[in-house]
Design a protein around this ligand. Structure first.
Ligand code: SF4
Length: 57
């Protein structure tokens, strides 16, 4: 299960810089995580200054 980025994303790009597998890219109005590339390390969730990244419930 890949991490997901919520609408709280402000497109700062911090997560994309931190992802070790390059799974995060800029989408339409917010950043998006490629579910097939994500290895669920959680680095992005810890790096996001807006707490916009989490595992889906
Ligand atoms: Fe990248 Fe890890 Fe975040 Fe998945 S959980 S998008 S691999 S930083």
């Amino acid at each position: 299960m890949a991490y997901v980025i919520s609408d709280d994303c402000v497109c700062c790009g911090t997560c994309a810089d931190e992802c070790p597998v390059g799974a995060i890219s800029e989408g339409d109005g917010k950043y998006v995580i490629d579910a097939d590339s994500c290895v669920e390390c959680g680095t992005c969730a810890g790096a996001c200054p807006n707490e916009a990244i989490s595992l889906p419930e």
